[in-house]
Design a protein around this ligand. Sequence first.
Ligand SMILES: C[S@@+](CC[C@H](N)C(=O)[O-])C[C@H]1O[C@@H](n2cnc3c(N)ncnc32)[C@H](O)[C@@H]1O
Length: 280
Amino acid sequence: MIWRELWAQAEAALGSRAEARRIVERASGYDGAELALHLEEHVPARAVPYAEGMVARRAAGEPLQYVVGRWGFRGLDLLVDRRVLIPRPETETVVEAALGELRGRLGGIAPVVVDLGTGSGAIALAVAQEVAGARVWGTDVSSAAVAVARANLAGLGCAGAQRVRLAVGRWYDALPPELQGHVDLIVSNPPYVADREPLPAEVAEWEPPEALFSGPTGFEAVGEIVAGAASWLARPGALVVEIAPHQAAAASDMARRAGFAAVEVRADLLGRPRVLVARV
Ligand SMILES: C[S@@+](CC[C@H](N)C(=O)[O-])C[C@H]1O[C@@H](n2cnc3c(N)ncnc32)[C@H](O)[C@@H]1O
């Protein structure tokens, strides 16, 4: 069998040429344009069951990102599996807002950044890669998630990797106390779904519950992060948090009550209010 045939078989099974292609890329090791150059090549015997296994997992409903075990986020090629949330496009907007604060108003040398609930490490590693000299802490309550972030950190292979520290624990509890009052930017994509809120099966059945659900109202984690931020931030400092669109008013009110002077909620790529930006 040649790669072209394997691709056609996978497409027939999944009803998606694009998804079949990702699986063939994974099985062959040929990415992007490179695959086209090798389509007539024979598939090594052990790659056939590997690819068929991935097709079967996808056909059973497992998200493609977990099946192929990696996903792109702002130029990073991240390892992802069921221990972590699959990085979403709206979180790229969160990183954009964080970078805006770091490059603009906070524009100091070697800023200290904290990513609360780092999961795969997506936000922490993107900031470390894109902001020269930034010293970044990534924390998560899930030690399994931190293990994935650690693998991604090891695979980053750039100077930025040496400036990232990872820690296990609940929100601010994971940070060393001496960091209090010295953090230039806190960024987070916390869980913000209410416990009883329905989610698509592909999300609810596969992604880690602690990455999705926050508690009875869905606002618990956002509330805790906003309420605790001011005491960890330097002056000037900023807080950037991903929220659900319906939480925009509550999150803004809470930030003002917590002592933030300038508070706004920015839209994601689809125009939904998704990113709380609060400054002290
Ligand atoms: C929505 S996911 C975000 C993952 C990653 N930052 C991203 O944007 O793709 C939320 C993360 O917060 C973590 N988390 C949940 N509750 C937490 C808590 N009390 N303290 C710290 N992290 C928590 C989850 O384990 C999960 O990795």
